[in-house]
Write a protein that binds this ligand. Structure first.
Ligand SMILES: CC(C)(COP(=O)(O)OP(=O)(O)OC[C@H]1O[C@@H](n2cnc3c(N)ncnc32)[C@H](O)[C@@H]1OP(=O)(O)O)[C@@H](O)C(=O)NCCC(=O)NCCS
Length: 220
């Protein structure tokens, strides 16, 4: 019913801030319900973790108009970004669109914003995805991610801990993290440059920009 009334242009997709904290419990519940339907597990996050992502401008929220004139906007979708391995890797995580608003291109709009945020904040980081979701694989491909083996992903234990809530964790463990049900995909910013810059030049640039990089990290 609601779906037929809502048009994509009615839905706002924006970088979340502290004013959106009131949606956090609904977001977490929607993620949990979707995982049950899909029969997968999820990297479970706390209210505080998600609220912090909003405060740090690392989350994107989609909001639909309220049902009554003047009523509060309704939660329509969400995702956030996380860094791993000393910010050498980034993931756009927890993508969810509320069932009332699916098929309207909202996930694509959210993914475009999280991807752009990640590229702007950590331009040299590799962006990866570990997913069994067909829609996510399609969007990743459109953004230039390529399929890779698990060896190409971060070895940050904090990332892999997120897999422990998945129904397939035993498969991952038995294969020593080399294979699982999910497909690994990676966007390597260097692969998208027209020329390869030698490592010695990159080291020199890093030294020259050391001061800027450190102050950027303080902001992160
Ligand atoms: C997956 C999900 C985020 C898609 O949200 P959505 O707003 O309906 O997706 P969009 O309308 O933006 O579609 C984006 C693309 O994915 C495709 N797509 C969407 N749902 C799909 C599905 N179930 N199977 C295959 N492709 C799908 C669309 O065709 C579109 O591709 P296009 O740009 O080539 O047309 C939503 O269904 C959801 O929240 N599901 C439960 C949670 C989940 O699976 N999260 C992903 C974790 S890996």
């Amino acid at each position: 019913m609601i779906q037929t009334e809502i048009k994509p242009e009615d839905i706002q997709v924006l970088v979340a801030d502290e004013t959106h904290e009131r949606y956090v419990d609904t977001i977490l519940q929607t993620i949990e319900d979707a995982a049950k339907v899909r029969g997968t597990g999820i990297a479970k996050r706390t209210h505080e973790y998600v609220a912090n992502k909003m405060r740090e401008a690392k989350a994107v929220i989609a909001l639909a108009p309220g049902l009554e004139p003047g009523s509060d906007m309704r939660f329509a979708g969400f995702s956030y970004i996380e860094t791993w391995g000393n910010k050498q890797y980034v993931t756009t995580s927890g993508l969810i669109v509320h069932p009332d608003f699916r098929g309207l291109g909202i996930a694509k709009r959210i993914k475009d914003v999280t991807f752009s945020l990640a590229r702007i904040r950590w331009p040299h980081a590799k962006i990866f995805s570990l997913t069994s979701g067909k829609a996510v694989m399609k969007m990743n491909t459109q953004l230039g991610y390529l399929p890779v083996t698990f060896d190409d992903l971060t070895d940050d234990e904090a990332f892999w801990k997120g897999c422990e809530g998945c129904v397939n964790i035993n498969v991952l463990r038995e294969r020593n993290r080399k294979f699982c049900i999910c497909t690994a995909m990676l966007f390597d910013p260097e692969e998208h440059l027209p020329a390869k810059i030698p490592q010695s030049v990159l080291d020199r640039i890093n030294r020259l920009e050391g001061r800027i990089t450190n102050s950027q990290e303080l902001r992160d």
